[in-house]
Design a protein around this ligand. Structure first.
Ligand code: FCB
Length: 477
């Protein structure tokens, strides 16, 4: 950041008025363990479902794996220095369960914990607030072999693991989120099978979703009891779901997908119940016999904050006779009971993931959580975009990504102005990394990674974001 030949990209995109965020707004960037750490077999770490999945032929584009990834495990101090150069106020990372509790049961692995202790100390030394996610999708493989998230016992295992991490880091970490995007773990992991462990069974996906939330509730209870000062929450990925037309059949399709994508999680976590219409939609899939007395009260254990990941909007229409199912992530289907709902593209600009760019959807999403569900502080725990980047003369001028961030920060500010208690924003991602089933073919980072040399190059968006943080807002025209 100090290289004078690389001036910050301030002014590239000053489209609107100056927008200043509330004092103390928590500016951060996010990553996840399996996506960046590498060192898959070092320090006593054992395989997770993502190791097994990525090493299974045909599961990940180009056979890519997280074996080396960004080699962050070895380069952590340099990476923290990079964060400090960018002026990050907070860094959201996840702990790899199989690194700190190999196999998912039994005692802690001191060497694994040591890595996160050093990371947290390094962050604190640089004045960066650690934000710890306990589960970003890397279930220890032996727990999957014992049934995975569709098995109730996994929830208890997760709470034990949470306790073990709290014992080691609870004196230094204030912000804790239990799960990252339980929708993906449940419905991509066990519904479509596009994510690890790659199983495809609608009833299992629904059970997995329930047990993930149960594990969350048990973990929150354990953390609350041992760390009363901690700020505890969960991260959900939410989408506005819009009917493609005003035909009531399209509205019903939107209601169904909203049920599965959003309300399946928001209602139990924040209201202590499953929505009746969702239960009815799923009646051919499951009778919800896996839900025991008391589960929903546990799931709704009070929180201190809610994390929202936002990327795009779903636009949907009623099933069409004989229509082809969408490929990749919706096949077999991550929408049990609503497999035939059509996902419509509107022809608006998309990212390299083919996700429509829809900044107003962030305002809608944040307002909905606040107005319909909770007064708790909200944080955008992920927001970002993949684009095809290019290194030219040692620089990466990612104007599309910068514009995406700019538009979404304007949306975040609009939400605050509308009364949403939004307390922070984490860009996804600090650096390019292993994008799950897409391997290294999709780049979301503000920092370019050359995977052959592990050289890091802050892109224009990183320089711009550093300036946003410095100003606590966006520059005017
Ligand atoms: C989210 C994940 C994150 C990353 C982004 C692009 O669903 O939480 O790990 O893959 O999408």
């Amino acid at each position: 950041m100090s290289n004078p030949s690389h001036p910050p990209a301030v002014g590239v995109l000053d489209q609107g008025p100056e927008l200043i965020f509330p004092p103390g707004f928590l500016w951060g960037a996010a990553t996840a363990a399996y996506q960046i750490e590498g060192a898959a077999t070092e320090g006593g770490r054992t395989p997770s479902i993502w190791d097994r999945f990525s090493h299974t032929e045909g599961r990940v584009v180009n056979g890519h794996t997280g074996d080396v990834a960004c080699d962050h495990y070895h380069r952590m101090p340099d990476d923290v220095r990079l964060m400090a150069d960018l002026g990050l106020r907070s860094y959201r990372f996840s702990v790899a369960w199989p690194r700190v509790q190999p196999g998912g049961t039994g005692p802690a692995n001191a060497e694994g914990l040591d890595f996160y202790q050093r990371l947290v100390d390094e962050l604190l030394t640089h004045g960066i607030e650690p934000w710890l996610t306990l589960y970003h999708w890397d279930l220890p493989q032996p727990l999957e072999d014992a049934g995975g998230w569709p098995a109730r016992d996994t929830a208890g295992r997760f709470a034990d693991y949470a306790q073990l991490v709290a014992d080691a880091l609870g004196d230094r970490v204030t912000y804790w989120t239990t799960l990252n995007e339980p929708w993906c773990s449940a419905f991509l992991g066990y519904g479509s099978g596009a994510h690890a462990p790659g199983r495809s069974d609608g009833a299992d996906a629904v059970r997995a979703g329930h047990h993930l939330m149960l594990g969350h509730g048990l973990a929150v209870q354990a953390l609350r009891a041992s760390r009363p000062q901690a700020q505890l929450g969960v991260t959900v990925n939410l989408y506005p779901v819009t009917p493609a037309s005003d035909d009531p059949a399209d509205a019903d399709a939107a209601r169904r997908i909203d049920g599965l994508a959003n309300r399946f999680f928001l209602d139990p976590l924040l209201r202590g119940s499953y929505p009746a219409d969702l239960v009815a939609d799923l009646k051919e899939v499951t009778d919800f016999g896996h839900v025991r007395d008391g589960d929903l009260a546990t799931i709704a254990t009070p929180l201190d904050l809610v994390g929202v990941n936002y990327y795009s909007r779903h636009v949907v229409a009623a099933p069409v006779e004989g229509a082809e199912r969408a490929p990749y992530w919706r096949a077999p289907s991550c929408w049990p009971g609503s497999e035939d709902v059509q996902f419509v593209t509107r022809g608006v600009p998309v990212t390299d993931m083919d996700w429509e760019i829809d900044a107003p959807g962030l305002v809608e999403t944040l307002r909905r959580v606040h107005e319909e569900y909770t007064d708790l502080p909200l944080y955008v725990t992920e927001n970002g975009s993949a684009f095809v980047d290019e290194v030219v003369d040692g620089r990466v001028d990612d104007v599309d990504r910068l514009a995406y961030f700019d538009a979404h920060l304007r949306a975040a500010h609009e939400a605050i102005a509308a009364g949403v208690p939004l307390h922070g924003y984490f860009a996804w991602s600090l650096m390019d990394n292993f994008e799950w089933a897409w391997g290294y073919t999709k780049r979301f980072g503000m920092v370019w990674i050359d995977y052959a040399t592990q050289i890091r190059i802050p892109k224009s968006s990183a320089r711009w974001y550093a300036e946003v943080i410095r100003r606590n807002g966006l520059a005017g025209q």
